[in-house]
Ligand binder design. Structure first.
Ligand code: SF4
Length: 492
């Protein structure tokens, strides 16, 4: 498997392959259900969760509305604290800046903190082309890197792997990258974590350059913030002599007071923790403490285009907690790779087509990678109305057409199913507008329920092949109500 998403097929094709992988579905189901249950419990502990969510939404919207001002303030604060700020319009420019900075140090390897921004721009591959090895130090990212794999989840990039697969990857690959896995390594979590710890430690102690992203940047002081659970980030942020942080321009918050809101909502939404085990903050450089040189690369890469879209811009509120992935029925079945981007799941379905445009087949297919059930919106700690943006992007795709992988531009035609859908909707409108007919139809359906097919015929067969049709109740609701409540409230 390639380590990049380049050349991925459109979502329906990739998802079709993925849903046939029963191991993948089992791994995903187990992991997402476990995380979502823990998150729900952690959120329920907070009595003012709704207010926190609303505060997060407002802070992000305010910041995005005045992003120009806050970015300038951030640059001034970082510079005053001894850091250097670089501006990158796109992935190529960001990669060039980082490669030049690393080359200027004379080093050929860097240690990395888990970072979505550097994955988005393909930094590891760009550095490799310049003869620089980038070592991932987050446990899940390490598994992905050693396995020459692709991340499939924002927070748990190796969520598609089970413990046995991870043990096999460690046994066969660790020796190629540095310290090999211990003899007789088993798949117990403690042994796997210890193997990773020993493997990474020599890299932490040797590396002179660290590369990170950031969860937040505080404009008023120029402080960057990374939250994590393993402590690998703290090692990368403090031990190297040079630190280079690549951060999307939307990661700004105006003040420390604003940060307080997100330091409550992010850990509970992502890892279901009351606070993150490690919260690292740094402001420029300080003598005798941490890196001596600090560079901040501010990344646009499609963000100002996204900001220009009144409906779509809310995607820039995202704090990458991944709660929306863990509740999404489509993600749970298709897995993260099918989204063809480092941003999978519901947020990926609205973010990737905005950052990259909707011209390609894969990006044009993403707004349709959803049943619009709304579970993502319910859990989002910054209240991004993902279904609203999905529908908006579908409109854009339908109006703008798609450029195929061979370079041809095609306009989308209504799918074959649309005629049947229109007919079904017409029938539903007639039935719902004729109460007598509806009641008679419900009674017939209940009495004939034993003869109902388990799957749909014709074009509906594919839909019902992977779903159970809901059983028709033995008694229609109206009859049950009439029997138990004597007709009160049924409109009779
Ligand atoms: S869209 Fe919302 S729920 Fe999904 S990752 Fe972003 S902040 Fe979290």
């Amino acid at each position: 498997m390639s380590g990049t998403f380049v050349g991925m097929p459109a979502f329906p094709k990739a998802a079709h392959e993925a849903v046939r992988d029963t191991t993948l579905r089992g791994n995903l189901r187990h992991a997402t259900h476990t995380i979502r249950a823990k998150r729900a419990k952690a959120v329920a502990e907070v009595s003012d969760w709704a207010e926190l969510r609303e505060a997060g939404r407002r802070i992000k919207d305010h910041t995005l509305r005045h992003l120009d001002r806050y970015l300038v303030q951030l640059e001034e604060s970082v510079t005053a604290a001894g850091g250097t700020v670089h501006w990158a319009a796109d992935a190529d420019e960001a990669n060039r800046i980082v490669a030049d900075l690393v080359r200027a140090t004379g080093e050929t390897e860097v240690v990395k903190v888990k970072s979505m921004a550097t994955q988005e721009i393909g930094l590891n591959e760009a550095l490799r082309a310049e003869g620089v090895h980038a070592y991932e130090t987050d446990l899940a990212e390490l598994i992905v890197q050693l396995g020459d794999d692709r991340p499939s989840h924002i927070l748990v990039p190796a969520i598609h792997r089970n413990r046995g697969e991870i043990r096999d990857i460690f046994r066969s690959e660790m020796g190629e990258w540095g310290r090999p896995a211990p003899e007789g390594l088993t798949d117990t979590p403690a042994e796997l974590a210890e193997a990773a710890r020993l493997h990474l430690r020599e890299k932490f102690l040797r590396a002179k350059v660290g590369v990170s992203g950031a969860n937040f940047m505080v404009a008023e002081t120029g402080t960057l913030v990374v939250v994590e659970s393993e402590g690998n980030g703290r090692m990368c942020l403090t031990l190297p002599e040079t630190l280079i942080s690549v951060v999307g321009i939307e990661k700004i918050v105006p003040t420390w007071r604003d940060l307080e809101v997100f330091l409550q909502t992010l850990p509970r939404s992502s890892t279901a923790e009351r606070m993150n085990p490690y919260t690292s903050t740094w402001t420029g450089t300080a003598d005798g403490d941490g890196p001596r040189t600090f560079h901040l690369v501010l990344l646009d890469n499609g963000r100002t285009d996204t900001l220009a879209d009144e409906v779509g811009r809310q995607a820039l509120r995202c704090i990458r907690c991944s709660a929306c992935l863990n509740v999404c029925p489509v993600y749970e079945r298709a897995g993260g790779h099918a989204y063809g981007s480092v941003y999978p799941g519901p947020i990926g379905a609205i973010l990737s087509p905005q950052l990259r445009g909707t011209q390609s087949e894969i990006d044009a297919s993403l707004p349709y990678a959803s049943s619009l059930c709304g579970a993502c919106y319910e859990v989002c700690p910054v209240a991004i109305d993902i279904p609203e943006v999905l529908v908006h992007l579908r409109e854009r795709v339908a109006q703008g057409g798609v450029v195929t992988q061979r370079g041809a531009k095609v306009m989308l035609k209504p799918a074959k199913g649309h005629t049947a859908e229109r007919a079904a909707m017409r029938a539903a409108r007639w039935a719902l507008g004729s109460p007598g007919a509806l009641r008679a139809g419900q009674r017939i359906a209940s009495r004939s329920r034993r003869f109902h097919p388990r799957t749909l015929p014709g074009p509906g067969r594919a839909w019902s092949a992977s779903r159970d049709l809901p059983p028709v109740p033995a008694e229609p609701f109206r009859d049950w109500w009439q029997r138990t409540h004597g007709g009160q409230g049924t409109g009779k």
